[in-house]
Design a protein around this ligand. Structure first.
Ligand code: SF4
Length: 378
């Protein structure tokens, strides 16, 4: 008589798709984490052999002013807050220059949705950066931002994406997905684009030939059933479009947000913030299990990222043995996760990324934004 983990192993080995019940079982803490990781590693190896990817990239966050002010967000603020900033076009072009000089192949551009900035400002950012640095792949605007542009202009998502594409946008990042469950969203990000809208933006982008990524923010109020539901919705869309490149699990960091970690002094109350919530913190064990279950459930995704900014360097490196095949990038100038207390460094060098990968027993591949190997660097 096979145990449940043995039955799942048989499915994995024969390439059979896992069910929601399988996924929920794998999330149970009494199920041996190493066994789950081993299964995920079987899938990773089948898809990506012995390589692990990294990318030389930089982040650009044009503004932190955002109309939505999601309780989960440590990054955004109101326009009159002393922390508020809006970058000028010259500053953004200087960032593009800095990225090019550093050998970056990609600029990752996301930020807040500023109540006074018109759609043309966002379009112009893409147009001018692309004109000045055509060799930089512009991976820009989350589905939340694209939906905002659609609201601002009164035009369909498709029309906005087409115009952005003509201006130089080359792919979409995966942010804003958080957790698709509407009840959890109501508490962590009640006003921004809902799950249906997020999926619609990505579906439309894929139809236009744009590739994108998909994130899942975990470790706040959600249950493992919510995580599985999120993964299944991603899998379903990927079945239809094939446009997702990578799944990016993001571990939630509560510092400076309006969600209070369990077992801590309710600092949010002391500071008279509104709508505090009780959340649980993730552990390295939960991080590794989530990476592994993501790898196992998303059988139609080629890549799973261990985003070191969110997971921390040690866990990201270990995650390469739990189903992940990509450490993401050098990530210069990341502000969003660091604002929420991510203890990871500000940036990594190519050498550091290569060492992390080699120490994990993999061969490092310098990739571009579409997972093509970058030639030998000067
Ligand atoms: Fe704005 Fe995004 Fe922060 Fe929400 S998570 S407040 S949409 S920047």
């Amino acid at each position: 008589m096979l145990t449940q983990i043995e039955r799942i192993r048989t499915k994995i080995e024969s390439g059979e798709r896992l069910t929601a019940a399988d996924g929920e079982f794998l999330f149970r803490s009494e199920v041996d984490l190493h066994a789950v990781g081993e299964l995920a590693d079987v899938v990773r190896r089948r898809k990506n052999g012995n390589v692990a990817y990294y990318n030389v990239n930089a982040h650009l966050n044009p503004t932190n002013v955002c109309v939505y002010r999601c309780p989960l967000c440590a990054y955004s603020c109101n326009a009159d807050d002393p922390r508020a900033f809006v970058m000028s076009m010259d500053e953004m072009l200087a960032r593009g220059q800095e990225a090019r000089d550093a050998g970056c192949t990609e600029l990752h551009i996301v930020g807040g949705v500023h109540p006074e900035k018109k759609y043309e400002w966002y379009l112009e950012i893409i147009r001018q950066l692309h004109r000045a640095f055509p060799q930089l792949h512009l991976k820009a605007w989350t589905a939340v931002e694209i939906d905002w542009f659609s609201q601002l202009t009164g035009r369909p998502v498709e029309s906005v994406l087409e115009e952005m594409q003509s201006a130089g946008l080359r792919s979409l990042p995966g942010g804003g997905a958080e957790i698709f469950n509407p009840e959890i969203r109501r508490q962590i990000c009640p006003r921004k684009a809902d799950a249906t809208t997020w999926l619609h933006v990505h579906r439309t982008a894929h139809r236009l030939g744009l590739r994108s990524n998909a994130t899942m923010l975990y470790g706040h109020l959600e249950t493992t059933a919510h995580r599985i539901d999120h993964l299944l919705q991603l899998r379903q869309l990927q079945d239809k479009t094939g446009g997702f490149q990578a799944f990016v699990p993001l571990s939630f960091h509560p510092e400076n947000t309006r969600l209070i970690p369990k077992g801590t002094v309710p600092f949010s109350l002391q500071e008279n913030r509104d709508s505090p919530q009780i959340v649980h913190r993730t552990s390295a064990l939960d991080d590794l299990r989530t990476v592994a279950v993501g790898r196992l459930m998303l059988d139609n995704f080629d890549h799973v990222k261990a985003y070191w900014v969110s997971l921390g360097l040690g866990t990201a490196q270990v995650a390469l043995a739990y189903g992940a095949d990509d450490l993401d990038g050098t990530v210069r100038r990341e502000r969003i996760h660091h604002a929420a207390g991510a203890p990871s460094p500000e940036a990594l060098s190519v050498e550091q990324l290569q060492n992390l990968i080699r120490e994990a027993g993999r061969d490092p591949i310098d990739r571009d934004s579409l997972y093509q190997q970058v030639g030998v660097r000067p």
